[in-house]
Design a protein around this ligand. Structure first.
Ligand SMILES: NC(=O)C1=CN([C@@H]2O[C@H](COP(=O)(O)OP(=O)(O)OC[C@H]3O[C@@H](n4cnc5c(N)ncnc54)[C@H](O)[C@@H]3O)[C@@H](O)[C@H]2O)C=CC1
Length: 738
């Protein structure tokens, strides 16, 4: 039993009250925390993943976890799967109670350093108690895990006894314990941590690798993917690339070499009872995600009754990159295993029926329902691969009627496990959701994502040109006409709608825009709408109501109007971060098709940057928030609140331009010019003209806002609401112009 004090109800209230502070400063706190702690305790570098420190992933993940913890301080049950995931990973790294003392000290100190006087003794005390409440819970669970490991409670030396190339990218390592003692059993799907000395860092690093074969008493097998583009003899990627250790194993570890290995752990595994029953199992993976599922299929085929239905579905970019192809194909000939391979890039030598069955990415709609064993309500589905792949497959299975508790996914990153699983809720079938305008970039994205989660019959799509919405109309959506510029069309446009998504009037002028928004809000009140969501913008340093950016003016006014109307209509204002796709606006209309060498803007490029975010992820998260409200309005977290959806990291304008330059293969630079020069640039033309009035000078206030750090705030909310890490800017830009 712990001797730490329990939390009082006042302390719980204090923690809940600090949630917005964590939303705004969490990332800075955790960044300072890791920096200070690792400076004072360099020996802890072996525990933490160095590239994830450098690229900011680890501080972000911890900030997300703290935020989730504070939000659920009075409902810790909601975090139990996250705690289980983290404790398993901790156990595989041999985390000890003393480590929690060090972490607690530096975390609370970092809060003090970042928040200054705002961290009153009362708040500090509440956080110290909250920290130890969670730490005790985790220490207790980790103790149990160590007790279950049959005395194997520290790193154990293993020798590589075989090294087998499985595909162009994947190589298996067969690891046998140096002490020769038999290995404990594990659950198929679990992983081990493998620790290797990294000469470039002068310390060891550990990574988790799923076991890829069935349990054997004399060896473990892991199958490791080599990342392209990193050379393990170059020390630089040792600190920047999370795949460095995998490449080090490929390039420098051979038969006879020794590695340190942990006991197997992990909470993604084949239900033990499944190896004895005849429940059908479908294993769906992409790329190297097939490793834990190969362990499952090997286990099941070695033990299972002949009558069990088993389907192994795998997607690979190329057939040559597919590991275990012959092995799985052979299993499908001699056992009840069905195998279906998807290949997205075919080569001439690929043969249909052996190398692949379908072209493209894994798409369950290409398979018959009977081959997914949908008719059996016991069938279990195991998914492993990139995050987006897993959530897409999960949605696709749910759309086919599979209950959430029969879908299991390997989610390594804690952040997305904070269990505020907006997209997992069941839809309330009677609530009507309206979107206006249900067109344009953001509106269309919101509608598309809503239609994946609720039947079209629940949607009321209101647009200036309703003829563009015939497809959803055909599926049962109600489609209506309305125009911000024709106020009378708003009178009845929102009738019958329970929850309305109001997308802001597309302009950067203030007066007419605010007037249009007010008219729409008033119309919504008159129509009896019960909750209004409004798309605001990501200027204003997080959630503040101050901004020097002219473009933010109308949003701040509208938010004030919403706040003053909350007795008549509760609201949520979503500050949609700056679209990654909108880089031309911030680069003096740089055109990747006709690239200039020099970008002329009233900004040096350095200083605070922009937390760019992909527009379609904003659409998806906005839809998730709407669905969360529809399902449980009483517990909706953002009632009468403003929430910021930002991208995963702040990127300076100089780096932004560097990324764009690298993507198109041309070095680019910034030359700072005056605002006077900027507004006269020929390419500006009438791009900032609204109803014949040139607003270029007003627009240029955005540069000052960026300099002031207004667009640099990184909030964990987007990742939480999406249930995965938001897409990296580099990737979005590559897709856009690469
Ligand atoms: N977060 C960011 O980085 C950015 C945000 N925005 C703002 O976000 C909001 C949504 O942006 P997007 O969907 O990307 O813009 P968009 O320009 O793609 O779409 C705007 C839609 O509004 C419709 N529309 C225009 N005038 C209308 C009227 N009088 N009545 C009804 N509908 C009308 C248009 O038909 C169009 O479909 C806009 O207010 C826009 O100004 C715009 C660019 C970047």
């Amino acid at each position: 039993m712990s001797s730490n004090p329990a939390m009082t109800s006042d302390q719980i209230a204090v923690i809940k009250a600090t949630v917005p502070v964590l939303a705004q400063h969490g990332n800075t706190i955790t960044t300072v925390f890791y920096r200070n702690m690792l400076e004072a305790h360099p020996e802890l570098n072996t525990i933490f993943n160095t590239p994830n420190q450098v690229n900011g992933h680890q501080p972000r993940a911890l900030a997300g976890a703290l935020y989730a913890y504070a939000s659920h301080i009075d409902d810790l049950g909601a975090l139990s799967s996250a705690v289980e995931l983290i404790c398993n990973k901790h156990a595989s790294l041999y985390i000890q109670p003393d480590h929690y003392k060090i972490v607690g000290k530096y975390l609370l100190e970092a809060m003090g350093e970042v928040l200054g006087a705002a961290l009153t003794p009362e708040i500090l005390d509440a956080w110290a108690t909250a920290y130890w409440q969670l730490a005790d819970l985790m220490i207790g669970r980790e103790k149990q895990l160590y007790e279950q490991s049959e005395g194997w409670t520290d790193w154990r030396d293993f020798k590589i006894v075989n090294k087998v190339k499985e595909s162009e990218e994947i190589t298996s390592f067969y690891l046998a314990p140096v002490d020769g003692k038999p290995l404990p059993n594990f659950q198929p799907g679990q992983y081990i941590s493998v620790q290797a000395h990294v000469p470039a860092l002068e310390y060891a690093q550990a990574r988790q690798y799923s076991l890829s074969d069935q349990p054997k008493p004399d060896y473990y097998r892991i199958s490791v993917k080599k990342e392209t583009g990193i050379n393990s003899s170059d020390p630089a990627p040792a600190v920047t690339h999370p795949g460095y250790i995998s490449n080090l194993l490929h390039d420098t570890y051979n038969i006879g070499d020794t590695l340190q290995v942990s006991h197997p752990y992990g909470d993604f595994y084949l239900s033990p009872s499944k190896s004895e029953t005849t429940t059908p199992v479908v294993l769906i993976s992409a790329g190297v995600g097939l490793t834990p599922l190969t362990s499952m299929v090997n286990t099941l085929t070695s033990q299972a009754p002949e009558s069990r239905k088993l389907h192994f579905i795998h997607g690979a970019r190329t057939s040559a990159g597919r590991a275990f192809k012959d092995h799985i194909s052979k299993l499908s000939l001699s056992s009840p295993v069905q195998a279906t391979f998807f290949t997205s890039h075919l080569t001439e030598s690929d043969k249909e029926g052996t190398d692949y069955h379908h072209v493209g990415r894994v798409d369950l709609n290409k398979l018959d329902d009977k081959d997914l064993y949908l008719e059996d309500t016991q069938t279990e589905y195991y998914i492993c691969g990139p995050e987006k792949f897993m959530t897409d497959i999960e949605s696709s299975l749910k759309a086919k009627g599979v209950a959430a508790d029969r879908i299991k996914m390997e989610l390594f990153v804690v952040h997305r496990y904070t269990n505020i699983r907006y997209h997992r809720l069941k839809s309330n079938m009677t609530t009507k959701i309206g979107v206006f305008p249900a067109s344009g970039g953001l509106g269309t994205s919101i509608v598309n994502h809503l239609s994946k989660q609720v039947p079209a019959s629940q949607l009321v799509l209101v647009a200036r040109k309703p003829e563009n919405l015939v497809k959803l109309q055909g599926e049962g959506a109600t489609v209506r006409h309305a125009d911000y510029d024709q106020p009378s069309t708003l009178d009845t446009a929102f009738d019958g709608i329970d929850v309305l998504m109001l997308v802001s009037y597309a302009s950067f002028e203030i007066e007419h825009r605010v007037k249009s928004h007010r008219l729409a809000i008033d119309a919504a009140i008159k129509s009896g709408v019960k909750h209004i969501f409004y798309s605001s913008l990501g200027f204003g340093t997080g959630l503040s109501d101050k901004s020097v950016a002219h473009v933010m003016g109308a949003h701040i006014e509208t938010e004030k109007y919403l706040a003053s109307s909350q007795d008549k209509i509760p609201y949520t204002s979503i500050r949609e971060g700056l679209y990654s796709e909108s880089f031309p606006i911030y680069t003096a209309w740089f055109d990747p098709q006709n690239p200039v060498d020099e970008i002329t803007i009233p900004h040096t490029g350095s200083g605070p940057g922009i937390a760019w975010v992909k527009r379609d992820e904003l659409g998806e998260a906005t839809a998730n928030l709407i669905v969360a409200h529809v399902n449980d309005p009483a517990n909706f977290k953002y009632r009468n609140q403003v929430v910021l959806l930002s991208g995963p990291r702040e990127i300076s304008l100089a780096e932004t331009i560097d990324i764009i330059g690298r993507t198109i293969g041309k070095p680019l630079s910034i030359r700072e010019i005056s605002v006077d020069e900027y507004v006269r640039l020929p390419q500006i033309g009438d791009k900032h003209t609204y109803k014949d009035v040139d607003l270029s000078r007003e627009w240029a206030t955005a540069w000052q806002a960026i300099k002031n750090g207004e667009t640099a705030v990184v909030s964990p909310a987007l990742g939480e609401i999406l249930g995965r890490e938001p897409e990296a800017y580099e990737k979005t830009i590559k897709e856009l112009i690469g």
